[in-house]
Design a protein around this ligand. Structure first.
Ligand code: IMP
Length: 207
């Protein structure tokens, strides 16, 4: 198993990504258990924040690091909560407070205006000065419900109804979510690129 530092303090994300990465031969270490404080998320896009987090974690730990920046975007609200998903109701807000704020902001919205998507952007850096970070994004499309439903998942899952489904994301099992979520899509893409970069093929005679 190869060690990898996960530049996140979010227990829900770490749980999902540990399961996915274990299945691909990686032992995951969370940054909190290594005593590493998170980087300041000062970027203006998910990819910028993920790069900041991965570089910071790799610089302090000296380990290959994987960062993930994710959030929920509602196009009818100009992409809100977006980059501020974790602190939508204010600094240190709980999931319940963020969900309540979203319900309030969307009270007047109906039908297609309740469309939303989760996005996950992942960045892998072999070291802090890795000149070629691996970057992968994934999306999960859905709509926002009018009440909270389900006890699983984390964050906005009790409000998020994946497209075509009859259950909120908080009613999906971890195994189901790890097949179809934004994080699952991003991680699959990232692992494919990682494999490409780590296994150079010898040139054939004709090259
Ligand atoms: P980050 O740690 O700054 O990337 O914040 C991500 C935030 O987006 C989380 O705290 C959640 O509020 C939200 N989020 C991201 N992915 C999910 C998910 O799979 N389910 C529910 N909420 C999510």
């Amino acid at each position: 198993m190869k060690p990898i530092l996960l530049a996140s303090s979010n227990a829900g994300k770490i749980r999902e990504m540990r399961t996915l990465l274990n299945a691909h031969g990686y032992t995951v270490y969370g940054q909190d258990e290594q005593g590493i404080k998170g980087a300041e998320e000062s970027g203006s896009t998910f990819v910028e924040n993920a790069l900041l987090k991965a570089r910071h974690a790799a610089a302090i730990s000296g380990m290959a690091s994987l960062a993930e920046d994710s959030g929920l975007c509602v196009p009818a609200l100009q992409g809100v909560p977006g980059l501020f998903s974790a602190r939508y109701a204010g600094p240190g807000a709980t999931d319940a407070e963020n969900n309540q704020r979203l319900l309030e902001q969307m009270r007047a919205l109906t039908g297609a205006s309740r469309a939303a998507y989760y996005i996950a952007c992942m960045v892998f850096m072999e070291s802090a000065d890795d000149p070629a970070p691996i970057v992968a994004q994934g999306f999960w499309m859905g709509t926002i419900g009018k009440t909270l439903q389900g006890k699983g998942g984390f964050g906005y899952d009790p409000l998020f109804w994946p497209l075509g489904g009859a259950r909120s994301a908080a009613e999906w099992t971890l195994a189901e979510k790890n097949q179809l979520s934004h994080r699952a899509h991003a991680l699959r893409r990232l692992l494919a690129m990682l494999q490409e970069r780590q296994a150079p093929q010898p040139l054939s005679e004709s090259d």
